[in-house]
Design a protein around this ligand. Structure first.
Ligand SMILES: Cc1ncc(COP(=O)(O)O)c(C=O)c1O
Length: 387
């Protein structure tokens, strides 16, 4: 196989005939949106993860925003989160009018450093939002202990972590949090094109999430309908964050293959682990004893002497048709956050992580020969650098 024959992305979806048939069935049905597939998908997700409730949304971003919004936070409230995430995590707070306080990360997992959380809690802190970076769970026992003691809410951003486990508990069971958010973007564990979900065990949050998804409108049979049966009422300010039945049908079909997808991701990670465990150029991702990662990403960290060359290495790997990526530019480095007054240097470990991190291709449809091609490509490019 030569470099010109293919391009291997860092992540991609896996759609098969059964997915296509499920979508076509809905297209030929009476319900393109607000139909029965939504609840069916929600029941599948909550049963799999072990939560009482799930509410699906039209993206992980809208799911995050809805989760924040049902907490009824006040302007000037603050929340603790990580800078090593996609901007959507912190933006959800800004959309709700509350301020992100960035806490530094662990040097190896890239996850929020739980031992640094408490020192950033003030009387304005209301919420902690850990992100299970790359699919490796944060030490949720510690987060939960702090949140209980300080009377704070916890929302898990698990957009990377469907199918991961913490101490044997599946992410999404909300054993250590008030709500958990997933994304079904095509690079994630399953896809609905765009889509997301919030899981919770709290009935009040569940009802509010349903309302928030659809304009804050209540039309179910238990409200008083003084004008007639057509009556509905808007009880709070909501959004149109609805997922379509077309997407939900795809999600249900994909969900049936989730365990297979995750097993394949783990297999790919094991092969990278064994190929790269003693190499001179970079460290491979660790797995804590409490964690079972679902490997949304396979993030390597260049050692000193090589991280300075990452820009060049990245280009060489691209020339070899290897679709590597970097996760993440620290959120507060973005101009929007800079203009809000966030300064470089507040989370030095996250900043160094950004310099040294590179995500290798990992996705369930990746064939054995494609992974061999990635491994050979990396060895070829890196052997051009002194050990
Ligand atoms: C950690 C994290 N949070 C939130 C999101 C937002 O999800 P979506 O793209 O489905 O809106 C993403 C998506 O990449 C993500 O990686």
């Amino acid at each position: 196989m030569t470099g010109n024959e293919l391009y291997i992305p860092y992540g991609r979806h896996w759609i098969s005939d059964d997915d296509i048939e499920s979508v076509v069935d809905v297209l030929e049905s009476d319900w393109l949106t607000q139909g029965p597939k939504i609840e069916e998908f929600e029941k599948e997700i909550s049963a799999y993860c072990g939560s009482n409730y799930a509410v699906v949304f039209n993206s992980g971003t809208s799911a995050l925003h809805a989760a924040f919004s049902v907490l009824r936070l006040n302007k000037d409230d603050e929340f603790i989160t990580t800078p090593n995430t996609f901007v959507a995590t912190a933006n959800a707070g800004l959309h709700t009018g509350i301020k992100p306080i960035f806490v530094d990360i662990e040097e190896d997992t890239g996850n929020l450093n739980t031992s640094k959380v408490e020192e950033r809690i003030t009387e304005r802190t209301r919420l902690i939002v850990p992100v299970h970076y790359s699919g490796h769970p944060v030490d949720m026992g510690k987060i939960y202990e702090i949140a209980e003691r300080k009377n704070l809410y916890v929302i898990e951003d698990a957009c990377h972590a469907l199918g991961a486990k913490y101490k044997g508990y599946k992410t999404g069971g909300c054993n250590y949090s008030d709500m958990t958010v997933f994304s079904f973007h095509p690079v994630k564990h399953i896809t609905t094109g765009e889509g997301g979900a919030v899981l919770t065990n709290n009935k009040d949050f569940y009802k509010k999430l349903l309302m928030s998804r659809s304009h804050g409108i209540e039309k179910r049979s238990f409200i008083n309908k003084p004008d007639g049966d057509w009556y509905y009422e808007m009880q709070s300010l909501g959004y149109n964050y609805r997922m379509t039945d077309i997407q939900a049908a795809l999600g249900i079909s994909q969900f049936r293959k989730l365990d297979k997808f995750i097993d394949r991701r783990k297999e790919i990670a094991r092969l990278y682990d064994s190929e790269f465990k003693d190499n001179p150029w970079f460290d491979i991702p660790p797995v804590r004893s409490y964690a079972s990662s679902s490997y949304h990403l396979y993030p390597i960290r260049f050692k000193d002497g090589f991280k300075e060359k990452k820009k060049e290495i990245f280009l060489k790997l691209k020339e070899e048709k290897l679709g590597v990526q970097v996760h993440y530019i620290p959120v507060y480095w973005h101009p929007f956050y800079k203009n809000m007054g966030y300064k470089k240097g507040i989370c030095p470990i996250a900043e160094d992580f950004y310099f040294k991190e590179l995500s290798l291709p990992i996705y369930p449809a990746m064939k054995g020969e494609e992974q061999r091609y990635v491994i050979e490509g990396i060895n070829t490019v890196m052997s051009g650098y002194a050990k």
